[in-house]
Design a protein around this ligand. Structure first.
Ligand code: NDP
Length: 412
Protein backbone atom coordinates (compact mmCIF):
# COMPACT_ATOMS: atom_id res chain seq x y z
CA UNK A 1 0.00 0.00 0.00
CA UNK A 2 2.64 2.60 0.92
CA UNK A 3 5.72 3.93 2.60
CA UNK A 4 6.31 5.49 6.02
CA UNK A 5 9.25 7.51 7.27
CA UNK A 6 9.70 6.81 11.00
CA UNK A 7 11.68 9.41 12.93
CA UNK A 8 13.18 8.22 16.22
CA UNK A 9 14.57 4.82 17.17
CA UNK A 10 13.82 4.70 20.91
CA UNK A 11 11.40 2.61 22.96
CA UNK A 12 8.19 3.63 21.19
CA UNK A 13 9.69 3.67 17.69
CA UNK A 14 11.09 0.17 18.17
CA UNK A 15 7.63 -1.24 18.91
CA UNK A 16 6.05 0.73 16.06
CA UNK A 17 8.67 -0.62 13.64
CA UNK A 18 7.97 -4.21 14.76
CA UNK A 19 4.25 -3.61 14.24
CA UNK A 20 4.69 -1.95 10.81
CA UNK A 21 6.66 -4.99 9.71
CA UNK A 22 3.85 -7.28 10.98
CA UNK A 23 1.38 -5.13 9.01
CA UNK A 24 3.31 -5.39 5.74
CA UNK A 25 0.16 -5.13 3.63
CA UNK A 26 -0.05 -1.45 4.59
CA UNK A 27 3.62 -0.76 5.29
CA UNK A 28 5.32 -2.05 2.14
CA UNK A 29 8.32 0.10 2.88
CA UNK A 30 9.63 1.95 5.93
CA UNK A 31 12.63 4.19 6.46
CA UNK A 32 13.83 4.46 10.07
CA UNK A 33 15.70 7.71 10.65
CA UNK A 34 17.09 9.06 13.89
CA UNK A 35 19.88 11.09 15.42
CA UNK A 36 21.88 7.94 16.23
CA UNK A 37 21.80 5.90 13.01
CA UNK A 38 23.28 2.78 14.63
CA UNK A 39 20.00 2.31 16.58
CA UNK A 40 18.08 2.37 13.27
CA UNK A 41 20.52 -0.14 11.77
CA UNK A 42 20.09 -2.44 14.78
CA UNK A 43 16.33 -2.44 14.25
CA UNK A 44 16.75 -3.11 10.55
CA UNK A 45 19.15 -5.98 11.23
CA UNK A 46 16.63 -7.52 13.63
CA UNK A 47 13.62 -7.23 11.32
CA UNK A 48 14.98 -7.45 7.77
CA UNK A 49 13.97 -10.36 5.58
CA UNK A 50 10.20 -9.99 5.75
CA UNK A 51 7.83 -8.44 3.24
CA UNK A 52 8.42 -4.85 4.40
CA UNK A 53 11.46 -3.22 2.80
CA UNK A 54 13.48 -1.39 5.49
CA UNK A 55 15.98 1.40 4.94
CA UNK A 56 17.70 3.64 7.52
CA UNK A 57 19.02 7.18 7.63
CA UNK A 58 20.65 9.69 9.97
CA UNK A 59 18.71 12.88 10.64
CA UNK A 60 18.73 15.72 13.13
CA UNK A 61 15.02 16.37 13.46
CA UNK A 62 15.68 19.80 14.99
CA UNK A 63 16.88 20.86 11.54
CA UNK A 64 14.07 21.55 9.04
CA UNK A 65 16.34 21.58 5.97
CA UNK A 66 17.78 18.16 6.83
CA UNK A 67 14.26 16.84 7.30
CA UNK A 68 13.07 18.27 3.96
CA UNK A 69 16.03 16.72 2.16
CA UNK A 70 15.31 13.32 3.75
CA UNK A 71 11.58 13.46 2.99
CA UNK A 72 12.33 14.41 -0.63
CA UNK A 73 14.69 11.46 -0.90
CA UNK A 74 12.42 8.87 0.76
CA UNK A 75 9.10 10.23 -0.60
CA UNK A 76 6.94 8.67 2.17
CA UNK A 77 3.14 8.74 2.34
CA UNK A 78 3.42 9.73 6.00
CA UNK A 79 6.06 10.85 8.50
CA UNK A 80 5.66 9.10 11.85
CA UNK A 81 7.20 11.36 14.47
CA UNK A 82 8.36 9.04 17.25
CA UNK A 83 11.26 11.22 18.36
CA UNK A 84 10.66 13.62 21.25
CA UNK A 85 7.98 16.33 21.68
CA UNK A 86 10.68 18.99 21.06
CA UNK A 87 10.79 17.98 17.39
CA UNK A 88 7.07 18.21 16.59
CA UNK A 89 7.13 21.65 14.96
CA UNK A 90 10.26 21.19 12.87
CA UNK A 91 8.86 17.92 11.53
CA UNK A 92 5.46 19.54 10.84
CA UNK A 93 7.27 22.36 8.98
CA UNK A 94 9.11 19.82 6.85
CA UNK A 95 5.85 17.97 6.14
CA UNK A 96 4.23 21.22 5.02
CA UNK A 97 7.16 22.06 2.74
CA UNK A 98 6.99 18.63 1.10
CA UNK A 99 3.17 18.14 1.28
CA UNK A 100 3.51 14.94 3.33
CA UNK A 101 1.08 13.59 5.95
CA UNK A 102 2.22 13.75 9.59
CA UNK A 103 1.49 11.91 12.85
CA UNK A 104 2.88 11.94 16.39
CA UNK A 105 2.21 10.61 19.90
CA UNK A 106 2.91 13.67 22.08
CA UNK A 107 2.24 17.41 21.89
CA UNK A 108 5.01 19.89 21.06
CA UNK A 109 7.08 20.97 24.05
CA UNK A 110 9.50 23.88 24.09
CA UNK A 111 12.84 22.95 25.69
CA UNK A 112 12.72 25.66 28.34
CA UNK A 113 9.14 25.46 29.73
CA UNK A 114 6.95 22.42 30.37
CA UNK A 115 3.55 23.33 28.91
CA UNK A 116 1.75 20.22 27.67
CA UNK A 117 -0.54 22.16 25.38
CA UNK A 118 -1.65 21.84 21.78
CA UNK A 119 -1.86 25.53 20.80
CA UNK A 120 1.34 25.55 18.71
CA UNK A 121 0.29 22.52 16.69
CA UNK A 122 -3.36 23.54 16.32
CA UNK A 123 -2.03 26.77 14.78
CA UNK A 124 -0.93 24.70 11.76
CA UNK A 125 -4.52 23.68 10.92
CA UNK A 126 -5.12 26.13 8.05
CA UNK A 127 -1.72 25.56 6.51
CA UNK A 128 -2.25 21.78 6.52
CA UNK A 129 -5.73 22.26 5.02
CA UNK A 130 -4.33 24.42 2.25
CA UNK A 131 -1.55 21.94 1.55
CA UNK A 132 -4.13 19.13 1.36
CA UNK A 133 -2.34 17.00 3.98
CA UNK A 134 -3.39 15.41 7.27
CA UNK A 135 -1.70 15.85 10.65
CA UNK A 136 -2.84 13.27 13.20
CA UNK A 137 -1.90 14.40 16.71
CA UNK A 138 -1.40 12.19 19.74
CA UNK A 139 -1.80 8.66 18.38
CA UNK A 140 -0.26 6.77 21.29
CA UNK A 141 -2.22 5.30 24.21
CA UNK A 142 -2.76 8.38 26.33
CA UNK A 143 -3.13 10.57 24.37
CA UNK A 144 -4.37 8.34 21.60
CA UNK A 145 -6.42 5.29 22.49
CA UNK A 146 -8.08 7.26 25.31
CA UNK A 147 -9.41 9.71 22.69
CA UNK A 148 -10.54 6.85 20.45
CA UNK A 149 -12.29 5.25 23.45
CA UNK A 150 -14.07 8.59 24.07
CA UNK A 151 -15.23 8.93 20.47
CA UNK A 152 -16.38 5.28 20.51
CA UNK A 153 -18.33 5.71 23.76
CA UNK A 154 -20.09 8.79 22.40
CA UNK A 155 -20.86 7.17 19.06
CA UNK A 156 -22.26 3.90 20.40
CA UNK A 157 -23.45 4.34 23.99
CA UNK A 158 -24.29 7.93 24.89
CA UNK A 159 -26.34 10.88 23.68
CA UNK A 160 -24.18 13.02 25.90
CA UNK A 161 -21.04 12.30 27.94
CA UNK A 162 -20.88 14.50 31.05
CA UNK A 163 -17.94 13.05 32.98
CA UNK A 164 -14.75 11.33 31.88
CA UNK A 165 -12.09 9.90 34.19
CA UNK A 166 -9.01 8.50 32.46
CA UNK A 167 -7.27 5.89 34.62
CA UNK A 168 -3.71 4.93 33.74
CA UNK A 169 -2.42 2.10 35.89
CA UNK A 170 0.99 0.56 35.59
CA UNK A 171 1.16 -2.48 37.83
CA UNK A 172 4.61 -3.37 36.48
CA UNK A 173 7.66 -3.90 38.66
CA UNK A 174 11.17 -3.47 37.18
CA UNK A 175 12.98 -4.15 40.44
CA UNK A 176 14.87 -0.82 40.53
CA UNK A 177 14.20 1.61 43.41
CA UNK A 178 13.73 4.39 40.82
CA UNK A 179 13.46 4.36 37.02
CA UNK A 180 11.02 5.83 34.51
CA UNK A 181 9.14 3.72 31.99
CA UNK A 182 9.60 6.13 29.14
CA UNK A 183 11.88 9.04 28.37
CA UNK A 184 12.80 10.24 31.92
CA UNK A 185 12.92 13.89 30.96
CA UNK A 186 9.37 13.93 29.59
CA UNK A 187 8.07 11.63 32.33
CA UNK A 188 9.49 13.68 35.21
CA UNK A 189 8.33 16.95 33.67
CA UNK A 190 4.83 15.46 33.51
CA UNK A 191 4.59 14.24 37.10
CA UNK A 192 6.37 17.10 38.84
CA UNK A 193 4.10 19.71 37.25
CA UNK A 194 0.97 20.96 39.03
CA UNK A 195 -2.12 18.80 38.56
CA UNK A 196 -5.05 20.23 36.63
CA UNK A 197 -8.51 19.12 35.58
CA UNK A 198 -11.34 20.67 33.62
CA UNK A 199 -14.76 21.31 35.14
CA UNK A 200 -17.66 23.43 33.87
CA UNK A 201 -15.53 25.24 31.31
CA UNK A 202 -12.68 26.03 33.70
CA UNK A 203 -9.30 24.57 34.52
CA UNK A 204 -8.84 23.78 38.20
CA UNK A 205 -5.26 23.55 39.34
CA UNK A 206 -3.97 21.26 42.12
CA UNK A 207 -0.55 20.84 43.68
CA UNK A 208 1.51 17.98 42.25
CA UNK A 209 0.05 14.69 43.58
CA UNK A 210 -2.46 16.55 45.75
CA UNK A 211 -5.45 14.36 44.89
CA UNK A 212 -5.12 10.67 45.52
CA UNK A 213 -7.51 7.74 45.27
CA UNK A 214 -7.10 3.98 45.62
CA UNK A 215 -8.66 2.05 42.74
CA UNK A 216 -9.02 -1.69 42.36
CA UNK A 217 -7.86 -2.35 38.79
CA UNK A 218 -8.89 -5.53 37.00
CA UNK A 219 -6.01 -8.03 36.77
CA UNK A 220 -3.70 -5.65 38.69
CA UNK A 221 -5.36 -5.04 42.06
CA UNK A 222 -5.52 -2.00 44.33
CA UNK A 223 -3.19 0.85 43.43
CA UNK A 224 -2.68 4.43 44.62
CA UNK A 225 -3.50 6.80 41.79
CA UNK A 226 -2.98 10.56 41.63
CA UNK A 227 -4.63 13.30 39.65
CA UNK A 228 -2.29 14.71 36.99
CA UNK A 229 -2.68 17.04 34.07
CA UNK A 230 -2.38 15.14 30.83
CA UNK A 231 -2.48 16.59 27.34
CA UNK A 232 -5.58 14.79 26.05
CA UNK A 233 -7.65 16.66 28.66
CA UNK A 234 -7.21 19.78 26.54
CA UNK A 235 -8.36 18.27 23.26
CA UNK A 236 -11.17 16.18 24.77
CA UNK A 237 -12.53 19.17 26.73
CA UNK A 238 -12.75 20.94 23.37
CA UNK A 239 -13.96 18.06 21.22
CA UNK A 240 -16.53 16.26 23.43
CA UNK A 241 -19.81 18.19 23.27
CA UNK A 242 -21.68 18.62 26.58
CA UNK A 243 -18.75 17.55 28.75
CA UNK A 244 -18.92 18.82 32.34
CA UNK A 245 -15.71 17.42 33.78
CA UNK A 246 -12.65 15.49 32.66
CA UNK A 247 -9.81 14.26 34.90
CA UNK A 248 -6.75 12.05 34.53
CA UNK A 249 -5.31 9.73 37.17
CA UNK A 250 -2.04 7.79 37.05
CA UNK A 251 -0.77 5.18 39.49
CA UNK A 252 2.56 5.60 41.29
CA UNK A 253 4.21 3.48 43.94
CA UNK A 254 5.43 5.04 47.17
CA UNK A 255 9.10 4.36 46.38
CA UNK A 256 8.82 6.23 43.07
CA UNK A 257 7.23 9.26 44.74
CA UNK A 258 9.72 9.36 47.62
CA UNK A 259 12.67 9.28 45.21
CA UNK A 260 11.07 11.90 42.99
CA UNK A 261 10.45 14.19 45.94
CA UNK A 262 14.06 13.88 47.08
CA UNK A 263 15.35 14.57 43.56
CA UNK A 264 13.05 17.57 43.32
CA UNK A 265 14.18 18.88 46.72
CA UNK A 266 17.82 18.84 45.68
CA UNK A 267 17.07 20.52 42.34
CA UNK A 268 17.74 17.56 40.06
CA UNK A 269 14.39 17.75 38.22
CA UNK A 270 14.81 21.40 37.20
CA UNK A 271 14.84 22.37 33.52
CA UNK A 272 16.61 25.67 34.31
CA UNK A 273 20.20 25.50 33.03
CA UNK A 274 22.97 25.76 35.66
CA UNK A 275 26.68 26.25 35.22
CA UNK A 276 28.86 23.29 36.12
CA UNK A 277 32.64 23.39 35.60
CA UNK A 278 32.29 26.12 32.99
CA UNK A 279 29.55 24.32 31.09
CA UNK A 280 25.81 24.96 31.04
CA UNK A 281 23.86 21.83 31.99
CA UNK A 282 20.18 21.17 32.56
CA UNK A 283 19.79 19.16 35.79
CA UNK A 284 16.90 17.06 34.44
CA UNK A 285 18.93 16.09 31.35
CA UNK A 286 21.85 15.12 33.58
CA UNK A 287 19.50 13.05 35.72
CA UNK A 288 18.29 11.29 32.57
CA UNK A 289 21.88 10.31 31.84
CA UNK A 290 22.33 8.57 35.20
CA UNK A 291 18.95 6.75 35.26
CA UNK A 292 18.41 3.36 33.63
CA UNK A 293 17.56 3.61 29.93
CA UNK A 294 13.82 2.82 29.67
CA UNK A 295 14.65 0.38 26.87
CA UNK A 296 16.70 -1.68 29.36
CA UNK A 297 13.66 -2.24 31.61
CA UNK A 298 12.00 -4.63 29.15
CA UNK A 299 13.56 -7.91 30.26
CA UNK A 300 13.12 -7.16 33.99
CA UNK A 301 9.60 -5.72 34.13
CA UNK A 302 6.83 -8.05 35.29
CA UNK A 303 3.13 -7.35 35.82
CA UNK A 304 0.44 -5.63 33.80
CA UNK A 305 -0.83 -2.23 32.74
CA UNK A 306 -4.52 -1.36 32.79
CA UNK A 307 -5.41 1.89 31.01
CA UNK A 308 -8.90 3.08 30.17
CA UNK A 309 -11.69 5.62 30.52
CA UNK A 310 -14.77 5.72 32.73
CA UNK A 311 -17.66 7.63 31.20
CA UNK A 312 -20.82 8.90 32.84
CA UNK A 313 -23.60 10.55 30.87
CA UNK A 314 -27.06 10.17 29.40
CA UNK A 315 -28.68 7.79 26.93
CA UNK A 316 -32.37 8.24 26.07
CA UNK A 317 -32.76 10.47 29.14
CA UNK A 318 -31.33 7.81 31.51
CA UNK A 319 -28.06 8.00 33.46
CA UNK A 320 -25.48 5.64 32.07
CA UNK A 321 -21.91 4.59 32.94
CA UNK A 322 -19.35 2.79 30.81
CA UNK A 323 -15.72 1.76 31.38
CA UNK A 324 -13.51 0.62 28.53
CA UNK A 325 -9.92 -0.42 29.14
CA UNK A 326 -7.00 -2.45 27.89
CA UNK A 327 -4.85 -4.79 29.96
CA UNK A 328 -1.34 -5.38 28.71
CA UNK A 329 1.25 -7.78 30.15
CA UNK A 330 4.85 -6.49 30.31
CA UNK A 331 6.45 -9.91 29.80
CA UNK A 332 4.15 -10.85 26.91
CA UNK A 333 5.15 -7.61 25.17
CA UNK A 334 8.79 -8.34 25.81
CA UNK A 335 8.44 -11.81 24.31
CA UNK A 336 6.76 -10.42 21.21
CA UNK A 337 8.75 -7.28 20.42
CA UNK A 338 11.53 -6.97 23.01
CA UNK A 339 9.95 -4.00 24.88
CA UNK A 340 7.89 -3.49 28.02
CA UNK A 341 4.20 -2.59 27.96
CA UNK A 342 4.60 1.21 28.21
CA UNK A 343 6.43 1.35 24.88
CA UNK A 344 4.13 -1.34 23.48
CA UNK A 345 0.89 0.43 24.39
CA UNK A 346 2.24 3.56 22.63
CA UNK A 347 3.94 1.95 19.62
CA UNK A 348 0.94 -0.15 18.57
CA UNK A 349 -1.51 2.81 18.32
CA UNK A 350 1.23 4.82 16.54
CA UNK A 351 1.34 2.14 13.84
CA UNK A 352 -2.47 1.96 13.71
CA UNK A 353 -2.84 5.76 13.46
CA UNK A 354 -0.38 5.89 10.57
CA UNK A 355 -2.20 2.98 8.89
CA UNK A 356 -5.54 4.84 9.30
CA UNK A 357 -4.11 7.81 7.38
CA UNK A 358 -2.30 5.69 4.77
CA UNK A 359 -5.38 3.60 3.99
CA UNK A 360 -7.52 6.74 3.64
CA UNK A 361 -9.79 5.82 6.58
CA UNK A 362 -8.63 8.85 8.56
CA UNK A 363 -7.65 11.20 5.84
CA UNK A 364 -8.83 14.80 5.88
CA UNK A 365 -6.67 17.84 5.27
CA UNK A 366 -5.95 19.78 8.44
CA UNK A 367 -4.66 19.11 11.96
CA UNK A 368 -6.74 16.71 14.07
CA UNK A 369 -6.69 14.85 17.35
CA UNK A 370 -7.67 11.19 17.25
CA UNK A 371 -11.16 11.68 18.72
CA UNK A 372 -12.14 13.77 15.69
CA UNK A 373 -12.16 10.68 13.43
CA UNK A 374 -14.46 7.65 13.17
CA UNK A 375 -13.28 5.41 16.05
CA UNK A 376 -14.63 2.11 14.69
CA UNK A 377 -11.81 1.05 12.33
CA UNK A 378 -9.19 2.01 14.95
CA UNK A 379 -11.02 0.00 17.66
CA UNK A 380 -11.05 -3.05 15.33
CA UNK A 381 -7.33 -2.69 14.70
CA UNK A 382 -6.58 -2.50 18.44
CA UNK A 383 -8.05 -5.97 18.85
CA UNK A 384 -6.12 -7.23 15.85
CA UNK A 385 -2.67 -5.83 16.69
CA UNK A 386 -2.28 -6.72 20.36
CA UNK A 387 -4.27 -4.22 22.45
CA UNK A 388 -7.70 -5.83 22.93
CA UNK A 389 -10.18 -3.83 24.98
CA UNK A 390 -12.69 -4.82 27.64
CA UNK A 391 -16.05 -3.19 28.39
CA UNK A 392 -17.74 -2.83 31.78
CA UNK A 393 -21.21 -1.27 31.98
CA UNK A 394 -21.30 -1.18 35.78
CA UNK A 395 -17.90 0.10 36.89
CA UNK A 396 -16.86 1.46 40.28
CA UNK A 397 -16.78 5.24 39.75
CA UNK A 398 -13.91 7.33 41.10
CA UNK A 399 -16.39 9.54 42.97
CA UNK A 400 -17.74 6.48 44.82
CA UNK A 401 -14.38 5.75 46.43
CA UNK A 402 -14.10 6.19 50.22
CA UNK A 403 -13.54 9.67 51.60
CA UNK A 404 -10.51 8.77 53.72
CA UNK A 405 -8.30 8.17 50.70
CA UNK A 406 -9.24 11.35 48.91
CA UNK A 407 -6.28 13.52 49.91
CA UNK A 408 -2.64 12.58 49.86
CA UNK A 409 -0.51 13.64 52.79
CA UNK A 410 2.47 11.93 51.25
CA UNK A 411 4.35 14.42 49.15
CA UNK A 412 3.44 17.86 50.38
P1 NDP B 1 13.18 7.57 23.66
O1 NDP B 1 13.97 8.57 24.41
O2 NDP B 1 13.31 6.12 23.96
O3 NDP B 1 13.45 7.74 22.09
C1 NDP B 1 13.48 8.98 21.45
C2 NDP B 1 14.16 8.79 20.10
O4 NDP B 1 14.14 10.07 19.42
C3 NDP B 1 15.61 8.37 20.21
O5 NDP B 1 15.87 7.41 19.22
C4 NDP B 1 16.36 9.67 19.94
O6 NDP B 1 17.61 9.52 19.34
C5 NDP B 1 15.43 10.32 18.94
N1 NDP B 1 15.70 11.75 18.88
C6 NDP B 1 15.76 12.64 19.90
N2 NDP B 1 16.08 13.85 19.45
C7 NDP B 1 16.22 13.73 18.11
C8 NDP B 1 16.58 14.63 17.07
N3 NDP B 1 16.83 15.93 17.31
N4 NDP B 1 16.64 14.16 15.81
C9 NDP B 1 16.41 12.87 15.54
N5 NDP B 1 16.07 11.96 16.47
C10 NDP B 1 15.99 12.39 17.73
O7 NDP B 1 11.65 8.03 23.82
P2 NDP B 1 10.34 7.11 23.75
O8 NDP B 1 10.46 6.18 22.58
O9 NDP B 1 10.04 6.59 25.08
O10 NDP B 1 9.23 8.22 23.40
C11 NDP B 1 9.00 8.66 22.07
C12 NDP B 1 7.82 9.63 22.06
O11 NDP B 1 6.64 8.98 22.49
C13 NDP B 1 8.00 10.85 22.98
O12 NDP B 1 7.54 11.98 22.30
C14 NDP B 1 7.11 10.52 24.14
O13 NDP B 1 6.64 11.70 24.79
C15 NDP B 1 5.99 9.80 23.45
N6 NDP B 1 5.17 8.92 24.33
C16 NDP B 1 3.81 8.96 24.17
C17 NDP B 1 2.99 8.17 24.95
C18 NDP B 1 1.53 8.13 24.70
O14 NDP B 1 0.84 7.25 25.25
N7 NDP B 1 0.96 9.00 23.89
C19 NDP B 1 3.56 7.29 26.00
C20 NDP B 1 5.00 7.24 26.02
C21 NDP B 1 5.76 8.06 25.23
P3 NDP B 1 18.95 9.17 20.20
O15 NDP B 1 18.92 7.69 20.27
O16 NDP B 1 20.08 9.71 19.40
O17 NDP B 1 18.81 9.85 21.54
Amino acid sequence: MGKALIIGAGGVASVAVHKCVQNSEVFEEICIASRTKSKCDELKAKLDGGKTKITTAQVDADNVDELIALINEVKPDIVMNLALPYQDLTIMDACLATKTNYMDTANYEPHDTAKFEYSWQWDYKERFEQAGITALLGSGFDPGVTGVFSAYALKHYFDEIEYIDILDCNGGDHGYPFATNFNPEINIREVSANGKYWENGEWIETKPMEIKRVYDFKEVGEKDMYLLYHEELESLAKNMPGLKRIRFFMTFGQSYLTHLKALENVGMTSIEPIEYEGKQIIPLQFLKAVLPDPASLGPRTVGKTNIGCIFKGKKDGQDKTYYVYNICDHQECYKEVGSQAISYTTGVPAMIGAAMVMTGKWNKPGVYNVEEFNPDPFMEELNKWGLPWVEDFNPVLVDELPEEVKESELVR
